[in-house]
Design a protein. Structure first.
Length: 318
């Protein structure tokens, strides 16, 4: 088995890198929408990058056939704010698609039809297909909704997403690759060894073969960071719940036990997640991850990451 070690040349997630290709984008779109676009179809990649849009960074955004704009997020932990995030992403994509000066003209501007997806492959049990709506986030609930946005969530785990996976060979191979890593981990391998072993086995079996041969070390680094991020967040959330319950009980004595515990848990979870994310960011920097990659994974502000890097540089120089 070949050894793959950390380097500083990775910025995106494996999923994003794998599908940053016109033919694979068309394949994915056809699978999601049941269309039959061929390789000659016009595709414009509109993915947002931190460098240009600060905190706005998404996994995939593209316009196909000048008619549809699709945003795809790949997640191992479902974020209940995806409709709001998609709204923010979509507005930035439209800014890049339309000449802003023309919006003040009398003639109506035609814009690509939005299609929004989250592809889930986490370890927690989740339905094969579900939907989130922006209106569920509104403070005021009203039957007459003036602004709506719907996000489709599809489970792409190898054991769950067969109906979708058979329509996209690349997505199926990706799902099988992640499944293989998890199976090796279940057998008792360390995460590092499980990723390396899965890369070697998938190459041997022809699963994502060319991609893994070309980007094996980079894939190892990206997945190691992503998996560690998931684990740290779960631990941080558990710690946050415990601290929150303790704080909540104390507040509950004075303000009402039930209300105090509920408020404390919420504060504890939030604080725990924040501490966990910062811990992951520092660990990634210590292992040589590039600043832009750390920002993309943790979603922390660039200024905060720069502060962490300075702290680490200072530690190493002593």
């Amino acid at each position: 088995m070949s050894e793959r070690k950390s380097n500083r040349a990775y910025k995106d997630g494996v999923f994003t890198k794998l599908f940053h290709d016109k033919e694979k984008i068309i394949e994915l779109y056809n699978a999601l929408e049941g269309t039959d676009y061929d390789e000659n179809t016009m595709v414009e990649i509109k993915t947002l990058e931190n460098v240009l849009y600060g905190l706005y960074k998404n996994d995939m955004a593209f316009v196909i056939d000048n008619k549809f704009v699709m945003l795809v997020e790949h997640q191992s932990t479902i974020c209940n704010n995806m409709p709001l995030r998609m709204l923010l992403y979509l507005s930035r994509v439209y800014e890049r698609t339309v000449d802003i000066g023309t919006v003040y003209c009398m003639k109506q501007i035609k814009i690509p039809y939005p299609e929004l997806y989250v592809l889930y492959n986490g370890v927690d049990d989740y339905p094969e297909e579900s939907e989130m709506k922006l209106s569920d986030s509104f403070i005021v609930r009203d039957d007459k909704v003036n602004l709506e946005l719907k996000v489709k969530i599809l489970n792409i785990n190898y054991e769950k997403g067969k109906k979708l996976l058979i329509k996209s060979p690349t997505l199926e191979d990706y799902s099988l690759f992640i499944y293989t890593i998890r199976e090796f981990e279940k057998s008792g391998m360390s995460r590092d060894k499980a990723i390396n072993s899965a890369i070697d086995e998938c190459i041997r079996k022809g699963i994502l073969k060319e991609f893994l041969i070309e980007h094996g070390s980079e894939v190892h680094n990206m997945l190691f960071a992503e998996f560690n991020m998931e684990e740290e967040l779960k631990v941080a959330e558990e710690i946050g719940i415990e601290k929150g319950m303790e704080k909540g009980r104390e507040e509950g004595i004075e303000k009402g036990i039930e209300k105090g515990i509920e408020k404390g848990i919420e504060k504890g979870i939030e604080k725990g997640r924040e501490e966990g994310i910062e811990k992951v960011a520092k660990e990634m920097l210590r292992k040589g991850a590039e600043i832009n990659f750390v920002i993309g994974v943790t979603k922390l502000p660039k200024g905060k990451i720069m502060e962490f890097q300075k702290e680490i540089d200072k530690e190493e120089n002593h």
